[in-house]
Design a protein around this ligand. Structure first.
Ligand SMILES: Cc1cc2nc3c(=O)[nH]c(=O)nc-3n(C[C@H](O)[C@H](O)[C@H](O)COP(=O)(O)OP(=O)(O)OC[C@H]3O[C@@H](n4cnc5c(N)ncnc54)[C@H](O)[C@@H]3O)c2cc1C
Length: 474
């Protein structure tokens, strides 16, 4: 194994939003930084893939944040190429579209007279005879919305996303994700959108880079490089060499299988937390290793399709609740930025399929998956088989950290172990096993960088407020 001559102030694992934001901040402060990423492209899960002139994100990535710091960074990086986009996202259920975030009037009328009566009756019923215990997702949501709304807007989508029946999902899971949302608050918000006080405004505009979400991170990487940062792609961090509670060096393997050892004073890791712990040498204690085994992730397959059609629907993306299609979400890059398609008469569409790594769906061949995608769009009447031109498949492991409550004590064990290593900070989404969007991932990177520069942020506090993602309390 070769030993690198250069020693860095900071080594960052992963060139996604978190790692790049950290590298930018550190390089601006004059630190000598290196980033290693096993992928051949910048951006992590937020990268954009080019295919025959069309641009596809790994699932549509809207840029929205409540953090002034992240907003400033995004705007400074892209300036006029950061396009404002009006949000139109709907739920597709049984041949009908419903606005998301939900608008009660649309939900009631969309379900028809009898459907609406059914909603009211089932809501009154559950208020009179609620589940005494709220042990699972179904009971928690039904107690707040009634059975009919639960079945229409919560059950199928969540079962597709998480791959288990809602009756097997802990109530704490949903309580954390949609805390504060109730029938009363939803109706109040619809009738008095800006004056309801308790409920945060629903977001109807966001930003998006002209050439896809990856453009933002390519530009951040370029800026960090101009400041002197080194970025090594197709180079995997395989071993993290520690000595007396400090990391001394890392071993990386390039695409030719050659191994090199690199040294630094500080290390930031945005690679999956489970991978980080398993790569430390000498090996972590058995309790920590066993805690990493218990953390679960859901994975995603993107089926990206191109159609000979001007624009089959106006939505940025559509949530597919209908059980007759297997996809859970259909994104339309063109409705995020028209610059993602080279031909205005053709349309790229991206379909998400959620699964577990190595299950039946994960192992389907690309041909089978393309067929499934074409079939789903046809069944939903969103795009016709005959208009299909071309497509490709991307498998993305570990896209959703499963936060069902069981992970809390395992994360604590892992944190106790990592806290003892003085010069290593985990950052980002998988790096911290948190359901972080780009902004929170970036904030963890920025705060970790500031810690190296002398501040004392508790990075684990980022995104710990359990707020409903779409809302902000005034
Ligand atoms: C389908 C989907 C849709 C999303 N939509 C939105 C959205 O609309 N808005 C939003 O704000 N956020 C969205 N997100 C979240 C966003 O993608 C993430 O928050 C963000 O990409 C996380 O950044 P990160 O740097 O922490 O990790 P990542 O982006 O995962 O980057 C980690 C990097 O580490 C690299 N790596 C892994 N192992 C190793 C190793 N051993 N050695 C070297 N490198 C390694 C990977 O190749 C990767 O490049 C979405 C996520 C998904 C899955």
């Amino acid at each position: 194994m070769a030993e690198s001559n250069s020693k860095f102030d900071v080594i960052v694992f992963g060139a996604g939003p978190a790692g790049l934001a950290a590298a930018l901040k550190l390089s601006e402060a004059g630190k000598k930084v290196a980033i290693f990423d096993k992928d051949n492209q910048i951006g992590g899960i937020s990268k954009t893939i080019g295919y025959k002139g069309f641009l596809f994100d790994l699932g549509p990535h809207r840029f929205y944040t409540k953090s002034d710091e992240v907003n400033r960074l995004w705007k400074e990086i892209l300036a006029d190429d950061f396009l404002p986009v009006n949000r139109l996202t709907r739920i597709y259920y049984k041949n009908k579209f419903f606005f998301y975030p939900l608008k009660p009037a649309n939900a009631f009328f969309g379900l028809g007279f009898f459907g609406s009566l059914h909603i009211i009756a089932s809501y009154i019923w559950i208020r009179l005879f609620p589940y005494k215990e709220e042990k699972n997702y179904e009971q928690w949501v039904t107690n707040r919305f009634g059975k009919k709304l639960y079945r229409t807007f919560f059950k199928t989508y969540n079962e597709k996303l998480w791959g288990i029946p809602c009756t097997e999902m802990e109530a704490s899971w949903v309580a954390q994700r949609i805390k504060g949302l109730s029938m009363t608050s939803a109706v109040k918000n619809a009738l008095f959108p800006s004056k309801s006080g308790g409920v945060k405004t629903l977001i109807d505009q966001f930003h998006y880079p002209k050439y896809g979400s990856g453009m933002m991170y390519e530009k951040i990487a370029e800026k960090a490089k101009n400041n002197g940062a080194d970025i090594f792609l197709e180079t995997e961090v395989t071993k993290i060499n520690s000595h007396e509670n400090k990391i001394r060096s890392i071993t990386v393997k390039n695409k030719n299988g050659e191994e090199t050892e690199f040294f630094a004073d500080h290390f930031l890791s945005s690679i999956p937390l489970t991978h980080l712990v398993k790569r430390v040498s000498p090996s972590a204690d058995s309790e920590t290793l066993s805690a990493t085994e218990k953390l679960k992730f859901r994975s995603t397959i993107m089926v990206n399709l191109i159609y000979n059609s001007k624009n089959p629907f106006p939505d940025n993306w559509i949530y597919v609740h209908s059980a007759e299609a297997k996809t859970g979400r259909i994104g339309s890059p063109k409705n995020m930025s028209p610059f993602t398609s080279p031909d205005e008469n053709q349309t790229p569409l991206s379909l998400e399929y959620w699964c577990n790594e190595n299950d039946g769906t994960w192992k389907m061949s690309d041909e089978e998956l393309l067929k499934q995608g074409i079939q789903d769009l046809d069944v939903l009447n969103l795009a016709k088989k005959k208009d299909f031109i071309d497509g490709f498949v991307v498998r993305i492991p570990k896209t959703y950290p499963v936060q069902d409550g069981t992970e809390i004590k395992n994360i604590e064990i892992i944190r106790n172990y990592l806290d003892k290593i003085e010069n290593l900070q985990p950052i980002g989404r998988y790096g911290m096993f948190k359901y972080n969007n780009m902004d929170h991932s970036i904030l963890t990177g920025l705060y970790a960088a500031e810690n190296i520069l002398g501040k004392t942020h508790d990075i684990w506090e980022v995104n710990a407020d359990e707020e409903y993602q779409e809302e902000k309390k005034r």
